[in-house]
Design a protein around this ligand. Structure first.
Ligand code: GTP
Ligand code: MG
Length: 231
């Protein structure tokens, strides 16, 4: 398979800088390269999104209840890709970014109950064109701060005009309660150094994650008592 972009250091040749130096054509070339680089991720994301839509609609139709509450796909912005590359000490070359940053395409699937998280993950990863590369189960083993979710990196083939690209997509599966906690924790910490948050407050956030986990257990039990296990 040939590389579709040349090796170019986008740190020393930022599009804005070149444009300011009076090279709009160079700016245009780099912008085109960047869009080309991101394009396959957009297609990979669309494919996974379609698979999730199919599962949700089919399960609703089957009458066993739709385990998927909502889905949010996102493509990492060029600014976030650059920031993560700096964090990882990864050169700003497209081939390095491609191999080192595996969450350029990401999709979050919020499910009703914990068992649904695993059911949906299995339904997705057993599909023959979905290649499961990495599993990080932060539900079985929560992060020290209490964060819970099931993270997968899957590869999905994208059929271009002249080649097939295996596109990595980060899939985050969690319950509504886990999503509620993670969204608010992210807001509380956003742009704040965790070290400046007093330990008492950090402990309280972790305790809140445990409260959310208990709520998950309770809601799933109530659901089972009323409806029986999902078929
Ligand atoms: P990133 O560089 O952030 O992508 O982390 P990573 O490559 O080490 O992967 P990890 O599985 O730890 O986390 C990936 C993503 O999960 C993050 O980008 C967040 O969206 C989410 N995440 C992980 N940990 C936390 C957390 O403690 N709080 C919240 N709110 N989200 C988290
Ligand atoms: Mg990430």
């Amino acid at each position: 398979m040939t590389d579709f972009v040349e090796k170019r250091d986008v740190t020393t040749d930022q599009p804005g800088q070149l444009a300011r130096r009076g090279h709009p054509e160079a700016w245009h070339d780099q912008w085109t390269d960047l869009n080309h680089f991101l394009m396959v991720y957009k297609f990979g994301l669309a494919e996974i999104n379609t698979k999730i839509t199919i599962l949700a609609e089919e399960l609703t139709h089957r009458g066993s209840g739709n385990p998927i509450e909502h889905v949010s796909p996102r493509l990492k912005s060029p600014a976030s890709i650059t920031a993560k590359a700096h964090r990882l000490n990864c050169p700003l070359h497209f081939d390095d970014l491609r191999s080192r940053i595996r969450d350029i395409a990401g999709i979050r699937i919020v499910c009703s109950f914990v068992s649904d998280v695993y059911t949906v993950a299995n339904m997705l990863t057993r599909q023959p064109d979905v290649n499961l590369v990495v599993t990080k189960d932060y539900i079985a083993k929560p992060k020290p701060n209490g964060y819970r979710s099931l993270h997968l990196i899957v590869e999905i083939p994208v059929f271009m005009s002249d080649r097939v690209v295996a596109v990595p997509v980060e899939v985050q599966l969690r319950t509504v309660a886990m999503d509620f906690w993670a969204s608010l924790e992210h807001k509380i910490y956003y742009k704040h150094d965790p070290d400046v948050v007093p330990p008492r407050l950090r402990d309280e956030l972790t305790a809140a994650a445990e409260d959310a986990a208990r709520l998950d257990v309770r809601m799933e039990r109530l659901h089972r008592e009323i409806h029986g296990p999902r078929r």
